[in-house]
Design a protein around this ligand. Sequence first.
Ligand SMILES: *Cc1c(COP(=O)(O)O)cnc(C)c1O
Length: 383
Amino acid sequence: MEHELSLETLLQHLGEETPFPYGSVTPPIVQTTLFTAPSLRLRTEHGGLNEAGYVYTRESNPTVRLAEQKIAALEQTEDALCFASGMAAIASAILTFTRTGDHVVCVESAYPPTRTLLESWLTRYGVQATFIEGKCPEEFERALQPNTRLIYLESPSSMVFHLQDLRAVSMLARERGILTLCDNSWATPIYQNPHALGVDLVLHSASKYLGGHSDLLAGVVAGRREHIEQVRQTRSLLGGVLEPFGAWLLRGLRTLPVRMTRAHHSGLQVAEWLEQQPQVARVNHPGLPSHPQHALARQQMRGYGSLFSFETHPIRAEQAYAFADRLRLFRFGCSWGGYESLLLGWAQADTEPAPWLFRIYIGLENPDDLIRDLQGALPALTP
Ligand SMILES: *Cc1c(COP(=O)(O)O)cnc(C)c1O
């Protein structure tokens, strides 16, 4: 039955075929550490599990399992695992498949803590990494070494919005027995399925769009069962599992398709408008025809997230701060994927004036209101 239903329907029904206690519409939060068996005999004869197949929440929990089933369906993978944060998921996946003497090729625009993990933390254990821009498959090929074990991708990346050709890179990796990992937090499974394009493991910060309400820290690893079982052991040993209440907050998944439709349209509307403004030198959004990798974006994504960036002409820092102060509907912070619109900005040189890069996240507000807000503030950025 599962395969006949569309995603929007699956998200409401998958794993919920049996009614919940008391006819409750929402699933119970099974907020327990321990699952006991009715007899010692049963537990012993069930390999340490109780009759429902559970033993301890660090291993597995029904509330967490429900979220994992839905995410696996979304990502079109055999299975998925939830973690206490995106970084717990990313670190556990990398640690599962690397050992002393291994080499990793990673895109230089990857999420900064992921870079730090590979650049300065894993080197303690003798794992080396090479960072590349990653705009073409040949660049990956040139960076490979005989001991390359992993290729780490993030497409699009969440600062400069560079893409990698997921199909071509995973094909050249597979031919050489190299594992591919891709952070899919930006596009979400609604708009991109890296596994269907050949990537082995798909990673998410579920703290962003999957949770969707800025109230949940969570992460995901999704892939083939054989790989997931190995990552499950790492999760159990390092202990970075998602709490039952956190998994329950992934109820945000139910509205993910609706929110992503809105994100796609609102993000593009604001990006297209910004591109027309004299104070804006360029807009970095893969959905705009002006993006250098727009053709690739259309090939491997079905739509777009609403996080992007824009560059100004040379301005003074005071102008950047005045621009931000004039905004009424944007807050200033680094995460994204919730309902609230956000802005961050950095000078692109040490000189004054300097071009600035603003990263902007379009939330669930009406985009016309957001454009009016930006329109009132942009004159502050006139050189
Ligand atoms: C936020 C983020 C992460 C890390 O996720 P946490 O849940 O904060 O640990 C990883 N990748 C990307 C692209 C992110 O934006």
